[in-house]
Design a protein. Structure first.
Length: 235
């Protein structure tokens, strides 16, 4: 039943689906479960490349025993404990949302851990301890985030601290606006090559105009947001 918890058999079928290259939606239909359930299960247990049925079952049993010993799940490293069982739940919900909108589950887990931490930064060791993954997994996820300017790093003595701040959305938005310019330029060149009086050229010309206008609007929106944010009191 959809309301029941996942069993070891369910997890075995999820692992088989991933190995077969099935999408999360396909696996969910196969199990008769919501897609969000499958996405959350995979995200919290190693991601699509690291998911193992046996490991996921052991982790679930461990979490169940931990809940029996404590009134609520422990807060993530660096996150203020407010005495409610919602901190970890929100972090997992944040991961699911980002995974469903295109970010790799493990990368989403790293970004969520950083974003909800009290100071907005964690060391690699803290991420490894919190997510229970290998250093290589953290390094791979952080590299992807850094390439898209979602995370920066700061060396602190012998360790590196990864940082996410409120302007991450501005940087990500500006990076997206730059990609719109590339689309506009490339499709404009294509329109000139094929000729705007041809079906292909006309299609490329319209595409170029779309991305040019979109990039312009995105840039203006980003600047408007930045100016509005600078006027707000900061804690």
């Amino acid at each position: 039943m959809p309301g029941d918890r996942l069993t070891a058999e369910h997890r075995r079928r999820i692992a088989e689906g991933l190995a077969a290259g099935m999408t999360y939606a396909e696996i969910a239909r196969r199990l008769g479960r919501p897609r969000s359930t499958v996405t959350r299960e995979i995200a919290r247990n190693g991601g699509p490349h690291g998911y193992r049925a046996t490991g996921a079952q052991h982790a679930t049993n461990w979490r169940a025993r931990r809940r029996k010993r404590a009134p609520y799940a422990a807060a993530p490293a660096g996150v203020q404990d407010r005495g409610a069982p919602t901190v970890r739940e929100f972090e997992e919900q944040f991961v699911v949302m980002m995974s469903e909108t295109g970010m790799a589950p493990m990368t989403a887990r790293v970004f969520a851990a950083l974003f909800v931490s009290e100071r907005g930064n964690l060391t690699a060791a803290e991420l490894i301890q919190h997510l229970r993954v290998s250093p290589a997994t953290i390094s791979h996820a952080v590299r992807w985030l850094e390439q898209r300017e979602l995370v920066s790093r700061e060396r602190e003595a012998r360790r590196v601290r990864y940082i996410v701040d409120v302007e991450v959305w501005y940087r990500a938005w500006v990076a997206s606006a730059r990609s719109m310019v590339k689309w506009a330029d490339t499709t404009r060149q294509g329109a000139e090559i094929f000729g705007i009086d041809t079906p292909t050229g006309d299609r490329l010309q319209i595409t170029s105009q779309f991305f040019e206008l979109l990039g312009h609007d995105m840039t203006e929106a980003a600047e408007h947001w930045r100016q509005a944010l600078s006027m707000q009191p900061r804690r």
